[in-house]
Design a protein around this ligand. Structure first.
Ligand code: F6R
Length: 235
């Protein structure tokens, strides 16, 4: 595990973009596992700037996102598909057909979970998985539990997650109460994992996740077992 302490959010974002950019340069047809949330936004801005400068080419990149809310259509401005389009995909030369976000509106959610895992397998797995961390230690929407779930699955969101995410919605009640998330197998099988955490409020859970006991009650703690984990943090 490599932990990079940065001075501020701008530095964190540049360092994260360095690692993602290096991945794209070293393997132009790589599979990037991507995350939403507020922490990666600065890194996505950096990647866009590097694309605009002519330093990065996304034309052969494939992406698979971690998660999506159940019940939100891709054009809903709170959906994670919409987030990815507006914060990254619309601004770089990635082929949208090669960008994948689980569907939150599939008629058969279980079949959608299976399709997503099959897709990741057919792509040959994830080269670099970008992760944020929730205040309760979640990664993707893998919430604290008494067991880890390997496969992509539907999850009921915990109260603290709904509260944290309600900042993006009109009210707590508007936040979807379930989501579809990649499971631990695809995340742990990624060749590299990059975890970004910004702010004093993330320090306690980050410490628990990186140095505490490995337990599904702190889902991110499993990352201690990953052979190529980089963590970038700022307070
Ligand atoms: C987002 C995701 C979540 C976030 C986490 C942290 O796709 O899977 O696990 O990474 O909730 O969110 P922020 O960055 O908003 O603190």
């Amino acid at each position: 595990m490599k932990v990079i302490h940065t001075e501020n959010y701008e530095q964190l974002s540049r360092q994260a973009a360095n690692i993602i950019g290096a991945q794209i340069i070293s393997k132009p047809n790589c599979v990037l596992g991507l995350a939403t949330g507020s922490t990666p936004i600065g890194a996505y801005k950096e990647l866009i700037a590097r694309y605009e400068n002519g330093d990065l080419d996304f034309s052969e990149v494939t992406s698979v996102n971690l998660d999506e809310y159940c019940g939100l259509t891709p054009d809903n401005d709170q959906s994670y598909r919409y987030f990815m389009n507006t914060n990254l995909f619309d601004h770089v030369n990635i082929n949208k057909d090669k960008t994948n976000v689980p569907s939150g509106i599939a008629e058969d959610p279980e079949a959608e979970c299976e399709r997503y895992d099959r897709l990741i397998e057919e792509l040959g797995g994830i080269d670099l998985q970008l992760l944020g961390i929730g205040h309760n230690g979640h990664i993707g929407f893998n919430e604290p539990d008494d067991k880890y779930t390997k496969a992509t699955h539907i999850v009921e969101l915990g109260k603290s997650t709904i509260e944290a995410n309600s900042r993006f919605f009109a009210s707590y009640d508007d936040v979807p109460k379930s989501a579809i998330t990649m499971g631990m197998k695809s995340i742990m099988n990624a060749k590299k994992v990059l975890l970004v955490a910004s702010g004093k409020d993330k320090q306690e859970i980050l410490k628990k996740a990186l140095y505490g006991p490995i337990t599904p009650n702190v889902p991110a703690s499993i990352l201690q077992l990953h052979p190529d984990l980089t963590v970038i943090e700022c307070q």
